[in-house]
Design a protein around this ligand. Structure first.
Ligand SMILES: [Mg+2]
Length: 258
């Protein structure tokens, strides 16, 4: 399988820090598209990212969840804040579902709102939008190094594929594959790719995703790396089984002998 090696990357929290963009785009999605009598939009909200939003980000799996979280943070009554944050986090999935039901929202619709919010900003001022993302240059260098060594790279993200592609192009990063949320679960994508390629690494900042990779017979042989610089819960760093390696930015260049 020489020349058929592939290294897989998550996008958000691994290749770029997009916290500014998540907040702005989700807030704009709330303001422009979300139907709710509960929301209260103040233009000043765009200026600073609330601490609560940053702290909840490690629990987020799909982009649409951020629209819901922003709504909870900015709503008029009983907003989500530092005092009640832990109650929300403790039963994160359940609380998200409950809010969806109470507001008669559906995930696909919230995702559509987020996408539309991004498109709106891209059409208005592409440079401004793209600059809301801060790349991790060590990761970009690592990807370039893999390319030089004829190792292919693939990005599997829960973002819309088109948005990840625009940012990568701007960063001058080439990747053979980009899969967005449209392509289905990450484990399935990695499993399909492993039929054709020798996958020499999967770098991701969501521990649960890596555990799923390790629990699946088709993907469990893929070396998994948890990105220490990403959106991690503190507890993610502990009790790693050894099958998943916690990786620091400075150690990135040492993980594959190339
Ligand atoms: Mg991520």
């Amino acid at each position: 399988m020489d020349g058929n090696k592939l290294f897989l990357f998550d996008f958000d929290g691994v290749i770029v820090d997009g916290m500014n963009e998540y907040w702005r785009s989700s807030l704009l999605a709330c303001e422009k598209f979300l139907c709710s009598s509960d929301k209260k939009i103040d233009p000043n909200l765009y200026k600073n990212i609330p601490k609560t939003f940053k702290e909840i980000r490690p629990w987020v799996q799909y982009g649409w969840e951020m629209v819901l979280i922003v709504h909870e943070i900015i709503k008029k009554d009983n907003p989500l804040n530092d005092n009640n944050k832990n109650i929300f986090i403790d039963q994160y999935q359940h609380n998200c579902q409950k809010i969806m039901q109470n507001n008669f929202w559906i995930a696909e619709e919230l995702q559509k709102f987020l996408n539309e919010s991004r498109e709106l900003q891209i059409n208005r001022d592409f440079e401004m939008w793209v600059n809301l993302h801060n790349p991790f240059y060590e990761v970009l260098d690592f990807m370039k190094k893999l390319n030089q060594e004829k190792i292919k790279t693939g990005i599997i993200t829960t973002k819309g594929e088109v948005f990840a592609a625009k940012i990568l192009k701007k960063l001058d990063i080439y990747s053979e594959f980009i899969f967005g949320y449209e392509s289905g679960p990450k484990t399935k994508i990695a499993g399909d790719l492993s039929k054709e390629f020798e996958i020499i690494g999967f770098l991701e900042d969501r521990k649960k995703t890596l555990l799923e990779i390790k629990q699946n017979v088709k993907t469990r042989n893929i070396p998994c790396f948890l990105a220490d610089w990403g959106y991690l819960k503190n507890s993610d760093r502990y009790n790693l089984t050894g099958e998943i390696q916690l990786l620091k930015l400075k150690n990135l260049k040492d993980i594959v002998a190339i």
